[in-house]
Design a protein around this ligand. Structure first.
Ligand code: 9G3
Length: 566
């Protein structure tokens, strides 16, 4: 390809609103341009990379035995009403009406559509197991699209759906997808970790794993064991509850002490006032779960994990109580809430139950109580794991490991759905005994356009992009130094022709630009191998440099071509 013809508008600087490194690089290297918030056009270089990512996904899906389909983006609202999700999602679900005034959604995902399709086509266990997938544009009207392709409103997803006759068979389908994901992300050159995750809104009865690309810009936090392969999204991460933390110490009851603590509500104020550590306090938070107020207590130095709390309560909706509700149920402003004397259910984290005694709000404005003893004052509470795992907590799986925390970008998510959608949409099959059973489903997503951002978050330096070879937009960048020196231009053209004939994707910088501009652009767009044709062109000597290395080497024409063909 001749660069003088290529639509590749590089920029010296990225617009200030681009915060993520990958977003800045995509704009500067001319990979994408924004049409509207969270909505992008892929320019030729970006499209070439996206296509290579798609192709890796497609190859591994096909190898895993999945069959490619392509479903519509326009989905009749009736399907979402049958699955009960039409009213669950708010403005994030794009809704529209057709010319006959019938309601449709622009698909954010395709559980309903694929289940309705299979309902009509699969009727016997002999047709199972079956996994279908597509690579298709999804629409989610995010409130805050940001970081370029990391969180867009229109994006490319590979979504696969498996159909099995039994849970054992689903486990095999799930494992097959899980292993394919490991191969896909490895081939894309991504540093990633599969982690145990929470099923979230999609529901489903089985396990679920997320694939996290390690990157500081990532919105997710994962806990990783230093010794074994345990890794989990912080939403779900467990930790080894130290032996002591399960048993409630039997401390002889002493009188509760009322302390006047005017306006002292925050843990750091309490630490100051009582001259003790945050771990000496019992922090009481009031939540509303499906409309009912509940109190949860965690140690002062811990944070409530709302996903764990919601799962423990089997609640559909969970949110912090507002000031008015908190005052009504505790008799005191937020900050003076405590576990004693509440008429609502109280849940206490194991670490609180393991305290000999603690200081807690007195449920009275400007007062706290010392010598709250779990064995005495919290005997009726529901003890459980309601806190976030902390760095350096013990690993829940192995004896000696410690948890470390990392930021991650969710690039894949696999779910065991069970029969949630097949029952809602009446997708059944006749089993080997002739009985009608609901199909057992799994669903498996990869953010293909998000992958592009994840790769750039991990593969760049101060000069620009460093593409992994498998997904680079071109393999070799041929750069004649002087656009006026016919010898250099001829040799550069010759090299480009030789490589192209050999199937090497080659970009020739035939622009009439100063050498400095050419080299800056070459470093920016990050093509893995550069062949510079300069002063020694007449002697057939060129300079070859890998984008991933700092040193260049002088080679003969044939050596350079041989290297490029490797
Ligand atoms: C919606 C909207 C946003 C959504 C969903 C539905 C996320 C929704 C979860 C999934 C689950 C899996 C198949 C591929 C893998 C992920 N955001 N999810 O269901 F209506 Cl507006 O999409 N789907």
């Amino acid at each position: 390809m001749r660069q003088s013809q290529l639509l590749m508008p590089t920029l010296r600087e990225a617009p200030s609103e681009a915060e993520a490194a990958s977003h800045r690089l995509m704009l500067r290297a001319g990979l994408i341009r924004q049409l509207a918030a969270g909505i992008y056009t892929y320019l030729p270089l970006g499209r070439r990379v996206l296509r290579k990512l798609e192709q890796i996904v497609r190859e591994e899906m096909d190898l895993a035995g999945a069959q490619e389909v392509l479903m519509p983006a326009l989905q009749p609202a009736e399907l979402w009403q049958q699955s009960g999700r039409y009213d669950v999602y708010g403005p994030e679900l794009v809704r529209l009406r057709d010319r006959h005034d019938r309601e449709f959604t622009l698909g954010p995902t395709h559980e309903e559509v694929i289940t309705a399709l299979v309902r009509g086509e699969v009727s016997s266990y002999r047709q199972l197991p079956m996994t279908l997938y597509q690579i298709q544009t999804k629409f989610r009207d995010e409130q805050r699209p940001r970081y370029g392709l990391l969180r867009g409103r229109e994006f490319l997803m590979k979504d696969a759906y498996s159909f099995d006759e039994s849970w054992e068979s689903l486990h095999r389908s799930y494992t097959s997808m899980y292993e394919a994901y490991n191969r896909i992300f490895t081939r894309c050159g991504i540093h990633f970790r599969p982690v145990e995750a929470d099923a979230g809104s999609i529901g489903g009865e089985g396990g679920t794993h997320e694939f996290m690309a390690l990157a500081d810009i990532g919105e997710d936090t994962i806990a990783v064991c230093s010794a074994c392969d345990y890794a989990a999204n912080l939403e779900k991460a467990e930790y080894r509850v130290m032996d002591g933390e399960k048993s409630i110490p039997t401390k002889s009851p002493v009188e509760l002490e009322r302390h006047h603590t005017p306006g002292i509500k925050k843990i750091d104020q309490l630490v100051e006032a009582f001259r003790t550590g945050a771990d000496a306090f019992m922090k009481t938070l009031i939540y509303v779960a499906d409309g009912k107020p509940i109190a949860v207590i965690v140690r002062g130095d811990h944070e409530v994990n709302e996903i764990k709390l919601k799962n423990a309560l089997a609640a559909e909706q969970l949110e912090l109580a507002d000031q008015e509700t908190a005052e009504r149920v505790t008799g005191a402003p937020i900050g003076f809430a405590g576990p004693i004397g509440l008429a609502i259910p109280v849940l206490a984290d194991f670490a609180v139950m393991a305290m000999e005694e603690g200081i807690a709000g007195a449920n009275e404005q400007d007062y706290h109580l010392a010598h709250v003893i779990p064995g005495v004052h919290l005997a009726q509470v529901q003890a459980g794991d309601y806190r976030n795992a902390e760095s350096d907590d013990g690993c829940p799986r192995c004896e000696q490991g410690r948890l470390t925390f990392h930021r991650g970008i969710e690039i894949g998510h696999v779910f065991k759905l069970g029969t949630k959608y097949s029952e809602a949409l009446n997708a059944k099959f006749l089993d080997a005994t002739g009985r009608e059973q609901p199909l057992i489903m799994g669903c498996y997503g990869i953010g293909v356009s998000r992958l592009l951002s994840a790769v750039l978050e991990q593969h760049s330096d101060s000069n620009g992009i460093i593409w992994p070879k498998a997904i680079a937009p071109y393999h070799v960048h041929v750069v004649p130094v002087s656009a006026k020196d016919q010898t250099q231009l001829d040799l550069a053209a010759h090299i480009t022709a030789r490589l192209s004939e050999a199937g090497i994707e080659t970009l020739l910088d035939d622009r009439d630009e100063r050498p400095g501009v050419k080299f800056k652009d070459s470093d920016l767009i990050g093509i893995p191998l550069r062949i510079v044709v300069g002063k020694q062109a007449a002697e057939g000597i060129v300079e070859v440099k890998r984008r991933s290395e700092s040193e260049a080497q002088k080679l003969s024409l044939e050596e350079a071509i041989a290297l490029a063909l490797e």
